[in-house]
Write a protein that binds this ligand. Structure first.
Ligand code: COA
Length: 163
């Protein structure tokens, strides 16, 4: 069975992430969406909230599993017995950082291969911070997140004094 890991902070999951997950699931038999628990960034959403949002967004696609990890991605991959990491590339500016991470992961675990999927053009500009910023000021995030997650994200972040 061909399995790949799609890692990230998912704070929160956006349509850009979902696009990568769905396309990767056409290539692999199973995709493990791996949520980093202890990011250097302070997350807005708890791990349980992130899992719930991802679950709502991916629906009942049996090929997609959701897991979390703490520590090195290369170690998580080894524990899962998976050698393929999927990353999305949105713009050339992502490349240098992603290339560095791919090389570092390979140095830690030489069996690891990082595969890059280009972001679909309509999501090139998208990021979780952008969604959070817009939601905070009660802006419309319909075009950025899955419709089943919109109200939960808005409910958590929207400023009540802006209503
Ligand atoms: N669509 C929309 N947004 C996307 C996206 C896509 N396809 N791909 C990435 N993004 C955005 C995210 O929303 C996030 O936005 P934000 O900065 O506004 O929050 C941003 O890109 C960065 O993504 P994120 O998932 O936060 O982190 P990352 O790509 O930098 O890496 C890990 C996450 C988990 C892979 C990485 O931190 C990691 O491996 N950590 C474990 C420790 C480790 O092993 N370190 C590496 C040794 S090399």
């Amino acid at each position: 069975m061909k399995v790949a890991i799609y890692p990230g902070s998912f704070d929160p999951i956006t349509l850009g992430h979902i696009d990568i997950i769905n396309r990767a699931s056409l290539i692999f038999d199973e995709i493990i969406v791996a949520i980093l628990v202890n990011s250097s960034k302070t997350p807005c959403f708890t791990l349980d909230e992130k899992i719930e949002l991802i679950r709502l967004a991916i629906g009942d696609n049996k090929k997609i599993k959701i897991k979390s990890f703490d520590g090195l991605l290369a170690d998580f991959a080894k524990n899962e017995n998976v050698n393929i990491i999927i990353k999305g590339l949105r713009a050339v500016s992502d490349f240098e950082y992603e290339f560095q991470m791919a090389l570092a992961n390979k140095k830690i675990n030489p069996l690891i291969e990082t595969l890059f999927l280009n972001s679909s053009d309509k999501y090139l500009y998208l990021s979780s911070s952008l969604v959070k910023d817009i939601a905070k000021y009660n802006g419309d995030i319909t075009s950025f997140v899955h419709k089943k997650t919109k109200d939960k994200i808005q409910g958590k972040l929207g400023r009540k004094d802006f209503e």
